[in-house]
Design a protein around this ligand. Structure first.
Ligand SMILES: O=C(O)CCC(=O)C(=O)O
Ligand SMILES: [Fe+2]
Length: 313
């Protein structure tokens, strides 16, 4: 069971998020709870799951598919500590605050480990790079462009260990063409593609262990190599607002291209075989994390009453 440090957020932070497309939160989790999450990461990457379900999308062979970047989507399906973190009402509160919505659901989470690689250099085309991308470019099946992500650092994180960088104000540039480039490793090439007439201000997210960022789904962001001797771990939680639905095929005249991530998404089959434009992402795969509901307690492996007391006193 993971507990967060539950502070109220300031309006200044929200202003910052709206202006820049991202904001840095104060420490939201203490070191003991971080240690629990690190154990959870280790277990997940060793395919040691608490539950009978297994990951969706594709099953990465950690360290084999990509020896530098390990990733599992929907860690909350697999591990009870990650589940209690991802489904925490405190996260729900944070996301509803920044997204200005009174209902928040999980889109999916990501458990990410960027391998230590002392010999790599800044901006080199490194296997652990995450290309400049807009999350929404990957999620165009979703009806909402008011989606947001919480990125939680499990160690001090800066440019030395491949910390995330965001392009200030890029959430106001609209959806860029072919910006579903998370897996593209060439940051310089992508910069040339997206920069065009824009003012390109590349800001690193410099975080202390336990701090987090929030970024908007249209913010351009990416990250370089981890040049330290410690792996970079982050728990990433993507959220959607109330009444987010499946838009259907983005271009119905085109055949499905299985490699075109923007036009298809592993969340769509989770809607069932009768999914059609307008079907809400509102089943058990997409749990509500705000407002906190005790009747959702079947989704939680946590003591909902004690969480409720912690949050509401
Ligand atoms: O972990 C990173 O460096 C980037 C993660 C990312 O793309 C995201 O949180 O949306
Ligand atoms: Fe992203």
């Amino acid at each position: 069971m993971i507990n967060f440090i539950q502070n109220r957020l300031s309006e200044d932070l929200k202003f910052e998020y709206e202006k820049k497309g991202y904001a840095i939160l104060p420490k939201i989790i203490d070191d003991d709870n971080i240690e629990k999450l690190k154990i959870a990461f280790d277990r997940i990457f060793n395919n040691d799951y608490d539950r009978d379900i297994y990951p969706f999308d594709r099953v990465y062979k950690h360290g084999i598919d990509n020896p530098s970047l390990y990733k599992v989507n929907n860690g909350w399906w697999l591990n009870n500590d990650i589940r209690s973190a991802v489904l925490s009402p405190y996260l729900g509160y944070i996301m509803s605050f920044f997204m200005s919505t009174d209902e928040v659901r999980i889109w999916h989470d990501q458990v990410v480990l960027k391998k230590a690689n002392k010999s790599s250099s800044e901006n080199a085309i490194n296997a652990s790079n995450i290309g400049w991308h807009q999350d929404y470019a990957h999620w165009q099946v979703s009806s909402s462009q008011n989606m947001a992500t919480l990125w939680l650092a499990l160690q001090d994180t800066d440019l030395n260990n491949g910390g995330m960088r965001t392009i200030v104000g890029s959430h106001k540039w609209g959806l860029k063409e072919n910006a579903d480039t998370f897996h593209d490793k060439d940051l310089d090439k992508l910069k040339e593609k997206f920069k065009k007439d824009h003012h390109w201000v590349d800001e690193p997210c410099i975080l202390k262990k336990g701090e987090a960022t929030i970024h908007h789904c249209l913010s351009l962001h990416g990250s370089g190599a981890n040049k330290t001797d410690e792996d970079r771990l982050s728990l990433i939680i993507h959220c959607m607002p109330k009444k987010t639905y499946y838009r259907g095929r983005i271009d119905p005249h085109k055949n499905f291209d299985l490699n075109s991530k923007g036009n298809r998404h592993a969340n769509v089959p989770l809607l069932g075989p009768n999914a059609k434009p307008g079907t809400y992402f509102d089943n058990d795969y997409f749990p509500v994390i705000w407002p906190f509901k005790t009747d959702n307690s079947n989704l939680y492996d946590v003591n909902v009453e004690s969480l409720k007391n912690e949050l509401y006193g």
